[in-house]
Design a protein around this ligand. Structure first.
Ligand SMILES: NC(=O)c1ccc[n+]([C@@H]2O[C@H](COP(=O)([O-])OP(=O)(O)OC[C@H]3O[C@@H](n4cnc5c(N)ncnc54)[C@H](O)[C@@H]3O)[C@@H](O)[C@H]2O)c1
Length: 273
């Protein structure tokens, strides 16, 4: 992608939350913004509000991603920017981290669902797009992970584990294809006021969620989207939207055992609330 000349941008999970804010932020940045979401009606609403294109998409389905990429490129031209933003988190629930039952949602195995949406969707998008981008000399992939992918989400082992995997996959992509013109970014926010932490779209509330979200404050999806787009277009790999994360990552790297003790204390505080 030539910076500043984005033809087509695709945002998965564009119907709600951070994805919706990203789609709105990309107006005027990309000639065509594609809002892709498993919630087809939310995708349509967002797309019609921004003059974009709506597509129903389940990112856990590799064939669906391949068909979306091929169909969009046939109709609108090369996808310069693909933001794999869709993600899920279920919480460990009362049964704890190792049970097979879903936490908050009626999903039998939250581990598999988290793996598919939080990790394999990024792999499927890369499989569909990297060969095309290599052929045309470049492109940009932005993968949404989480600060939980560098640190941990208290009370959600599957989320923490799969977000670590998402960071690892983005690192591999950046290392393998960076020299061939593919710009990769990975996004690692802390708490953002969206449905994922129990805050409905367009709600004025900034309180919600589980696992100590309130500790460092909750950002709006709009503020987070501004940072993501600005830093991704500037070619940054690691996008940290919340200032304290840099310090936490440094502390963890310096003394992992001490970091685990600190996280146990934080967990206790959360349980005592
Ligand atoms: N909200 C936070 O505090 C926070 C913090 C760090 C990282 N993130 C990450 O940011 C990303 C966006 O999350 P959000 O906070 O906007 O959550 P959200 O729940 O508000 O939005 C997620 C969107 O993804 C869509 N989606 C879910 N499963 C899908 C699937 N299989 N296929 C296609 N679309 C699907 C949903 O319909 C929804 O529109 C996620 O990857 C999330 O893990 C969120």
């Amino acid at each position: 992608m030539t910076q500043g000349k984005i033809n087509v941008a695709v945002v998965t999970g564009g119907g709600h939350g951070i994805g919706r804010a990203l789609c709105r932020r990309l107006v005027g940045v990309a000639a065509t913004v594609v809002v892709a979401d498993i919630d087809a009606s939310a995708a349509s609403t967002v797309a019609s509000g921004i003059g974009g294109v709506a597509r129903a998409l389940d990112v856990s389905d590799e064939q669906a991603i391949a068909e979306l990429v091929a169909g969009i490129e046939d109709e609108f031209g090369p996808i310069d920017l693909f933001i794999s933003n869709a993600g899920v988190g279920f919480g460990d629930g009362e049964s704890g981290a190792i049970s097979a039952e879903g936490g908050m949602n009626p999903i039998d195995d939250r581990w598999q669902a988290s793996w598919q949406v939080n990790v394999m969707a990024h792999v499927y998008a890369a499989r569909a797009l990297v060969p095309r981008m290599l052929n045309r000399g470049g492109g940009q992939l932005v993968n949404s992970a989480s600060a939980a992918g560098l640190l941990s989400q208290i009370g959600d082992a599957a989320y923490s584990t799969t977000k670590h995997a998402a960071v690892g996959f983005a690192e591999s992509l950046a290392i393998d294809y960076g020299d061939d013109g593919i710009q990769v970014s990975v996004v690692c926010p802390q708490a953002v006021a969206t449905r994922m932490i129990g805050i409905e779209d367009d709600s004025d509330s900034m309180e919600g969620g589980f696992g100590g979200n309130e500790v460092d404050g909750i950002m709006t999806a709009e503020d987070v989207a501004d940072i993501i787009v600005e830093q991704a277009l500037a070619g940054k790999f690691l996008i940290l939207t919340h200032a304290p994360v840099t310090t936490y990552v440094q502390r963890k790297a310096t003394d992992h055992d001490r970091w685990i003790s600190g996280m146990r204390r934080l967990r206790q505080k959360v349980l005592d609330r």
